[in-house]
Design a protein around this ligand. Structure first.
Ligand code: PGA
Length: 229
């Protein structure tokens, strides 16, 4: 399975160096691990670890103070980038048009996008969330060659960092639609942890997990991997 670790805006330099020391000792059971730290720490990551970024600029190189371009990220040998994470859309007010530009930047610089897509609690409860997610995905992918390499992460917005996880059946409705429609690997993300992995690993049509909170705590992550195997 693919296990992507989204560190978000956590860790100082010393903290990530300690983390990387302990990370070497993790038993990952041949899962495909993707480390996604703050972009400033990319140069600290050893060559044998696959890594990506949490975000990418919507702009090409140029006079855009503060932006980190896909070209710069690629030159640091990152392989992946998250696109459309709900913390960008809800907390940084980025809309689907911005995410779409970021997606195009990722593709044109040979980064593999992990496209995050999700529903709000209200959308979930309305029962129309599968259609809404398809609509957002189709918008993001309009005019884009669907045969390009990308991964999709279904992340219900209300599940991120809250401990609220939808039922397996609800998750499967989305992961099954995503796999049928786009023929790509599909991850689940949103409060997945060592306490609910026994249940979550039974979700059908899933190729891995995007982990936030638990990715910072290596003993918990080890327990998660031991139970997932
Ligand atoms: P969480 O975050 O595991 O802390 O809910 C997941 C994510 O934001 O990708």
């Amino acid at each position: 399975m693919i296990i992507a670790l989204n560190h978000k805006s956590n860790f100082t330099k010393d903290e990530i160096l300690n983390y990387l020391e302990d990370y070497k000792k993790l038993n990952t059971y041949n899962h495909e691990m993707i480390l996604i730290p703050s972009v400033c720490y990319l140069p600290l990551i050893p060559d044998n670890i696959t890594y990506g970024t949490e975000d990418v600029s919507s702009m090409d190189m140029g006079a855009y103070t503060g932006e980190v371009t896909a070209k710069a990220i690629k030159s640091l040998e990152a392989k992946y980038t998250l696109i459309n994470h709900s913390e960008r859309t809800t907390k940084m007010n980025e809309n689907l048009d911005v995410s779409k530009k970021k997606l195009e930047q990722a593709f044109s610089n040979d980064l593999i996008p992990i496209i995050c897509i999700g529903d709000t609690k209200k959308e979930h409860e309305s029962g129309k969330y599968v259609d809404k997610i398809k609509k957002d995905m189709d918008y993001l992918l309009s005019d884009i060659d669907k045969s390009k390499d990308f991964i999709i992460a279904y992340e219900p917005i209300f599940a991120i960092g809250t401990g609220l996880v939808p039922t397996n059946l609800d998750i499967e409705k989305v992961t099954t639609m995503l796999k049928d429609e786009y023929q790509k690997k599909v991850l689940y993300g949103g409060s997945a942890n060592e306490n609910n992995i026994d249940e979550l690993k039974r979700v059908k049509n899933i190729d891995g997990f995007l982990l936030g909170g638990i990715s910072l705590k290596l003993p918990s992550l080890q327990e998660f991997l031991d139970k997932l195997q």
